[in-house]
Ligand binder design. Structure first.
Ligand SMILES: [Zn+2]
Length: 193
């Protein structure tokens, strides 16, 4: 795991919880989420913002596999973003979710909504192993689109059922439906596809 020392509280903090906070003029400070939120809360006058670190939670997916979710809360002026993600070698990977709330909201209510959202998403498995390897189980696939660092060209790396699927692998999966039509619809990170 990659660790950085927070320039606010001095605590050793995993990189996924560090934000480079500041501007080109004033310079950047590496702050943990708690110090970042405390700074934003002060600037925006959210004195009663609940600035706490949420513990990770284990949730079982539709295939019976236990998955560990970590949380990151960021106060962003007029809104609060809550991210939930799995870790792979200390980096966010696998299933990733986001919810947007109000700074006045009870953080545990937002966390409750997040857990419900994760459970709903994990209940449906989209891929299965078939005669030609990994295949699309039904007629619908949901996932995340990220950048594929292993590709020289700018290509997407998909995450479906919490596993990384290269664009090429996904192409092979689509060939089960050769001759069919399809509809591709995009959703914001915090929406439910
Ligand atoms: Zn800190």
């Amino acid at each position: 795991m990659y660790i950085t020392q927070c320039e606010g509280c001095g605590k050793s903090t995993p990189d996924y919880d560090i934000t480079h906070f500041g501007s080109i003029e004033s310079g950047y400070r590496k702050l943990c989420s708690l110090c970042f939120n405390a700074d934003v809360a002060q600037r925006w006058g959210h004195e009663d913002f609940e600035n706490i670190r949420l513990e990770s939670i284990a949730i079982t997916d539709g295939a019976g596999q236990i998955r560990q979710f970590h949380f990151r809360t960021h106060l962003l002026g007029l809104m609060v973003s809550l991210d939930a993600f799995e870790l792979q070698e200390g980096e966010p990977a696998g299933y990733q979710f986001q919810l947007i709330g109000n700074p006045q909201d009870d953080l545990f209510v937002l966390l409750g909504r997040m857990i419900e959202k994760i459970r709903r998403a994990l209940a449906t498995i989209h891929l299965e192993v078939g005669a030609h390897g990994l295949q699309i189980k039904d007629l619908l696939v949901r996932g995340n689109i990220d950048f594929d660092p292993d590709c020289d060209e700018r290509m997407p790396l998909l995450t479906i059922d919490g596993q990384q699927i290269s664009w090429e692998e996904f192409g092979h999966m689509l060939m089960t439906f050769e001759g069919w039509q399809f509809r591709l619809e995009m959703f914001d990170r915090s929406d439910e596809p």
